[in-house]
Design a protein around this ligand. Structure first.
Ligand code: HSE
Length: 332
């Protein structure tokens, strides 16, 4: 059986979800004709390597009790550079201003010819074409389903299942935090601050929730959709963005009385990208509530397709990463 040696770089909520999923799905992965051996793990302050394969249960326990993966000061980029492996699972937090450590990790991975599967939006929202071209030039595979919509399938759905269709437009709710805030503000008639605090307690908000509520996170995902589905070459600065901070419970109720929900909608259509609060008829497929994400895809052959699912969460995001792992290494 083929063995894929992997590193997990970033061991927060998503990285740990990946480790748990690899343990839980070991047999399913083997049925697909390969096994994954994790040879390196790094968090922001420590790292651990073993070319024979790490004990994931042990490391999860160590991380839970100490907050670190080991006592060794070893960085993710050192692991990517120096440890022989095929796949880098890059799950560090998104930095949308500079691409952050994730961008450096990806560049290093490609320079070593390693494949990359990531949940990190920042580097892709800023440097999409550079990364894709760099991966190609080095013979690396690069998949990133987890960057958009968590467990909700969209990128692979369009590429694989809707292959051959012309995609006319995509509209979506791509940020669970905002959707939770505005749908709960309406239901509870509660102020914005209270609902933001609740979303943070659920663990779905970004470390800096400004990214969520100002529409920055939605815009980043939109850029990834535009580049990957529509073959555009845009970055985060090309999106016309308005967040949800100015929405009041009164405005939501007024809209509701008229038969509408207010939703933060991201849209790619006719070459333009826009993320802003919009009125959506209450019976429209886009009018989902709570932390759900949804995408409404207009195609020439298949008509309108709607997909919905959990856009954040440790295991949900790991599910998207696992599906990328399966699609890269599964025996055909
Ligand atoms: N903060 C994001 C959200 C997490 O609320 O959807 C997933 O990208």
């Amino acid at each position: 059986m083929k063995t894929i040696r992997a590193s997990i770089i970033g061991f927060g909520s998503v990285g740990r979800g990946v480790a748990r999923t690899l343990i839980q799905k070991e047999d399913e992965i083997k049925k697909a004709g390969f096994e994954v051996k994790v040879v390196g793990i790094a968090d922001s302050s420590s790292g651990i390597v073993d070319p024979d394969g790490l004990d994931l249960e042990e490391i999860l326990k160590h991380k839970d009790s100490t907050g670190r993966v080991s006592e060794e000061r070893l960085s993710g980029i050192e692991i990517i550079e120096n440890i022989e492996h095929e796949l880098v699972i890059e799950t560090t937090p998104s930095d949308i201003q500079t691409g952050g450590v994730g961008l450096e990790n990806m560049r290093m991975a490609f320079s070593k010819g390693r494949d990359v599967i990531t949940s990190n939006k920042g580097p892709l929202a800023l440097r999409f074409s550079e990364l894709i071209n760099y991966a190609k030039a080095n013979g690396s595979k690069f998949l990133y389903e987890a960057t958009v919509g968590g467990a909700m399938p969209i990128l692979n759905l369009v590429r694989e299942t809707l292959a051959g269709n012309e995609i006319k437009s995509i509209q979506g709710i791509l940020n669970g935090t905002c959707n939770y805030i505005i749908s709960r503000m309406m239901e509870e008639k509660a102020p914005y601050e209270q609902m933001l605090a609740e979303a943070q307690e659920l663990g779905i908000a970004e470390t800096d929730p400004t990214y969520d509520v100002e529409g920055i996170d939605t815009a980043s995902k939109l850029v990834i959709i535009a580049n990957s589905v529509f073959g555009m070459d845009v970055n985060y600065h090309d999106v016309d963005v308005t967040g949800i901070t100015k929405i009041t419970p009164e405005a939501l109720m007024l809209a509701h009385d008229e038969g509408y929900a207010v939703r933060l909608i991201g849209e790619v259509k006719d070459g333009t990208l826009k993320a802003s609060p919009r009125l959506v008829p209450l019976d429209h497929p886009l009018a989902v509530g709570g932390t759900l994400n949804v995408a409404y895809i207009q195609t020439d052959l298949a008509g309108d397709i709607t997909v919905s699912g959990l856009g954040a969460g440790s295991i949900e995001t790991a599910s998207a990463i696992l599906s990328d792992i399966m699609s890269l290494y599964r025996e055909r």
